[in-house]
Ligand binder design. Sequence first.
Ligand code: GZL
Length: 320
Amino acid sequence: MKSTKAIVGAGVLASMLMLSSSVFAQTVGFSQIGSESGWRAAETTLTQQQAKERGIDLKFADAQQKQENQIKALRSFIAQGVDAILLAPVVATGWDSVLEEAKEADIPVILLDRMVDSSDDLYLTAVGSDLVHEGNVAGQWLVDELGGKDCNVVELQGTTGSSPAIDRKNGFEQAIKGHDNIKLIRSQTGDFTRTKGKEVMESFLKAEDGGKNICALYAHNDDMAVGAIQAIKEAGLKPGEDILVVSIDAVPDIFQAMAAGEANATVELTPNMAGPAFDALAAYTKDGTMPPKFIQTESKLYTKDDDPMKVYEEKKDLGY
Ligand code: GZL
């Protein structure tokens, strides 16, 4: 009797689990910025993996860095009647009307890795790092590394108008404020890409006596730093020594550069924003649990003292 009961019990449990997962098996629209950096590629890979593991039908739209393409994608998701939308907003402004449309259609929106200036009643939650803190950690590393030594710094900013470009700049400037030995002498967008990072660094080097007048580079992401490292080497200088290199993301390639002595520090940004996002969505769908408006991911500093090749091996197959 007992074994029969056990079998019936297991069958009931299995069907309950099936029901529960099918109840939450949803169609989610994901408007991704593009594939401007290794970090962005990893975020896309991990989001697709997370959706698959959770039985979520993910409709993916790559905006090629254009806000108008993201807005078009959101309107298409709304017309299709998706259950929820993930949005990594390329810039911070210009989202009010399309977010209002999603709200009117009763479709929850979750922001990934960047913020919008819209009112927070227009999105369910935002998953991301404290971008000001990231800039602060990078700036504080440089202050500590210099120990009072005079240093002219150049800055490669992220995409103009994006929340990481605005906040990482502010955070870095907060950290170096009051340290008169550190001067930010040039700052320009490299649009988060290796190509543009290299190009802009080449212009900085030309403008600053072949780079002799530059002591450090702060790049808002590792991809621009990797491009800039190439430019520094082509100018006959040693990145990581003649010009210190500090950046953000902690992608595998920056650890290879660190192991070669060509980069000095990076601040980690997890590419797994979708995990916390889908968890919040499942709780909200199940019983209306309202998540906090901001789900913060951690920011860890890595330097060449952290066994960079070991970290590279841990990260190299994560989809960057
Ligand atoms: C930051 C994220 C940034 C990454 C870049 O949260 O939006 O966008 O740091 C990416 O690599 O382009």
